[in-house]
Design a protein around this ligand. Structure first.
Ligand SMILES: Nc1ncnc2c1ncn2[C@@H]1O[C@H](COP(=O)(O)OP(=O)(O)OP(=O)(O)O)[C@@H](O)[C@H]1O
Length: 635
């Protein structure tokens, strides 16, 4: 919220200032934009005017003198086809000198920053503008120069900001005759080829398309001297009944409130009644918003109280639902509370709980009703929703119910835990999982062989957050989660699938047992143990974590983030029935030169690491060993 009447003590007279470097870059893009839907600039300016009105309305609750006699807040668009200008005015909160410098010389919006980052060094990405909208600066898509005349509510002085979008702008005191009594007037001197925007029917068309999104009335003045005509009534869409709202109205409101340009995948509109009354209109996008993985995890819900905008900074939905945008309008919250007091209010807590539960249950319903659409939502937001599995114990079951996974049987994803559990194999007591950072590598992991041979399905978890929730989740429907790379895999009781065979420790002859002892001695400190595996069918060896240490995938993740002071030593599991193992065991029994067996021991370890996407323990030694072995094989 803006501070109302900050006195401007030592504001300089006329001065020229350079734009922040990023603004210049952005403006360059705007001016040279080839983006075809330039209409968005008007929508951005009208939205800014409406925001300014709402800010003032909220501030006036504490200090009604700010409104003075001018209490009907709104936005006016004035066309001048002859003068080739288009003016968007509001009688909202206005800007002081420092507000101007801050707001119109730098980049404040996180969305705009993200847009620039997304663009990287490329300049040709200007078609992205349309997808994200870039606020005030989009005016330079159609204007060769822009004047902003503004007077902050309650202030005596007014300011004029001007720029041709070429790297600098000027600010000077506005002539009293030019200045609005309160609020902001943005005058666009239209550039060649954009003169059509000075035509009243163009402005009217654009506003009508998006009018239901604007929470204050919008008037049109068709030409200088003409009467105002109302073209949007400013009725808040969420207070209307569903039957009076068209799909287009919902979409355009969504696009404006979410600053997204896609269709919503899910629209949630309802009125909660009972102990607390509030209206909710919330949307799940169909494509991920920018800055989705911003560490601040800022939400996108706005709080209104009886149609009065209060804040878009309050946490209404938990961080893992930060992709949901929309509005909550409470009938019960007092209007004169500070943001901090509202944040702690029990009424907001009740709203938070109600809306969170509702969003999750609507997602669950969508999953039942339209699996394909839900699949898209899960692909876009699953990694974010899964953060809830880690941090929202209370709703873990609700989240488990909507979560979908890639599994060894269904690597393309979309498997629910419910269906996993419904198809457990005979004697299978656990939900098995494999964690890593690469879905493809997981699907090809040797750890899965023994599970495959027994028809046991394994969840393949490749999102960064997976390693964390799965470690402290108790289980699902009484079945614990168990890592296939940790501890001993007691799956021997699960019968083999038809035509499959898999090793078990009983398969191991005394010669293999001596080989494993030799390998262990050779590898020394590099491993904590070497033992026969029930996990493997085709591969010769794999690495697993001890029973109590972190899972292999989690350990790699912690190490990558510098969160592991000392790596634990893995266990090397060897397939006792593998051809290599049998030959090595025979060679060991036969006595003679042990170099080959030593080399092979290290190579077994290194190739098990490679299967996990890890480099060899010692790259130079690895190369020498491999060369020696190839030489003797080729000799
Ligand atoms: N008509 C106006 N009245 C008062 N302040 C304004 C007006 N237009 C712009 N501003 C100020 O300029 C800032 C930047 O505007 P811009 O449209 O670029 O982004 P934004 O409105 O903050 O972003 P968003 O659309 O995501 O809310 C605004 O936050 C506001 O402080």
């Amino acid at each position: 919220m803006v501070d109302a009447a900050t006195p401007e003590t030592s504001a300089p007279k006329g001065e020229s200032r350079a734009f922040e470097a990023d603004v210049s870059r952005l403006l360059h893009l705007m001016v040279h934009s080839v983006y075809s839907d330039r209409d968005i600039f008007l929508r951005e300016l009208v939205a800014n005017g409406a925001d300014a009105c709402e800010k003032l309305r909220t501030m006036a609750l504490q200090n009604d003198a700010l409104l003075g006699g001018d209490t009907e807040l709104g936005v006016t668009i004035a066309c001048d086809p002859e003068g080739k200008t288009l003016t968007v005015s509001d009688n909202g909160v206005g800007m002081s000198h420092s507000d101007l410098v801050e707001a119109l010389g730098t980049i404040a919006r996180s969305g705009t920053r993200a847009f620039l980052e997304q663009l990287g060094e490329k300049a040709e990405g200007s078609n992205l503008i349309g997808q994200f909208g870039v606020g005030f600066y989009s005016a330079f898509m159609v204007a060769r120069s822009v004047d902003v005349l503004t007077r902050k509510a309650g202030a005596a002085e007014a300011w004029k900001w001007s720029s041709d979008g070429q790297g600098a702008y000027t600010i000077e005191p506005a002539a009293e005759a030019d200045a609005p009594a309160r609020g902001t007037r943005v005058v666009l001197h239209l550039s060649e080829g954009s003169e059509d925007y000075a035509e009243p029917h163009t402005a009217e068309r654009i506003v009508r398309q998006h009018g239901s999104a604007v929470p204050v009335p919008v008037d049109l003045i068709e030409k200088p001297g003409a009467e105002k005509r109302r073209i949007a009534d400013g009725t808040a869409i969420w207070t209307k009944s569903k039957s009076d709202i068209s799909a287009e109205d919902y979409t355009s409101f969504y696009q404006s409130v979410a600053t997204q340009f896609d269709e919503p995948a899910l629209t949630i509109h309802y009125r909660a009644e009972g102990r607390h009354e509030y209206n909710v209109l919330a949307f799940v996008p169909s494509t991920p918003p920018l800055a989705l993985f911003d560490p601040l995890r800022k939400g996108r819900m706005k709080l209104y109280v009886r149609r009065m905008f209060i804040s878009d900074e309050l946490e209404i939905l938990p961080g893992y639902l930060r992709f949901v945008s929309g509005v909550v309008d409470s009938a019960d919250l007092p209007l004169n509370l500070s943001r901090e007091t509202i944040q702690d209010s029990p009424i907001l807590a009740a709203i938070r709980k109600g809306v969170t539960n509702r969003v999750l249950s609507e997602l669950d319903k969508l999953a039942d009703k339209d699996a394909e659409l839900f699949g898209k939502v899960w692909t876009a937001f699953g990694p974010v929703l899964k953060e809830g599995l880690y941090e929202d114990y209370e709703r873990r079951d609700a989240l488990f119910s909507i979560a979908r996974f890639a599994t060894s049987k269904q690597p393309e994803g979309g498997r629910s835990l419910k269906s996993y559990v419904a198809e457990l194999r005979e004697n299978q007591t656990d939900i098995w999982y494999l964690v890593g950072d690469d879905a493809k590598r997981l699907a090809a992991s040797p750890h899965l062989e023994g599970f495959r041979a027994r028809g046991i399905e394994v969840l393949l978890l490749s999102d960064p957050v997976d390693a964390f929730w799965v470690q402290n989740a108790l289980g699902y429907e009484g079945k614990p989660f168990k890592s296939v790379t940790q501890g001993s895999a007691d799956i021997a009781n699960v019968p083999l699938a038809e035509g499959e065979s898999a090793p078990d420790d009983k398969d191991m002859g005394a010669d293999v047992a001596s080989l494993l002892a030799f390998v262990k001695q050779t590898l020394g400190d590099a491993v904590s143990d070497v033992r026969p595996s029930t996990r493997l069918a085709e591969s010769a060896a794999c690495l697993v974590a001890g029973e109590h240490g972190p899972d292999r995938g989690l350990e790699r993740l912690l190490a990558a983030h510098g969160k592991l002071s000392e790596a634990t030593k893995p266990v090397l599991e060897v397939n006792p029935r593998h051809g290599i193992v049998a030959s090595l065991a025979a060679r060991l029994q036969g006595g003679g030169d042990k170099t080959v067996i030593e080399d092979a021991s290290f190579l077994l370890l290194d190739q098990a690491r490679a299967a996990e996407g890890q480099p060899p323990v010692d790259a130079a030694a690895f190369a020498q060993r491999l060369t020696r072995l190839m030489q003797s094989a080729l000799a």
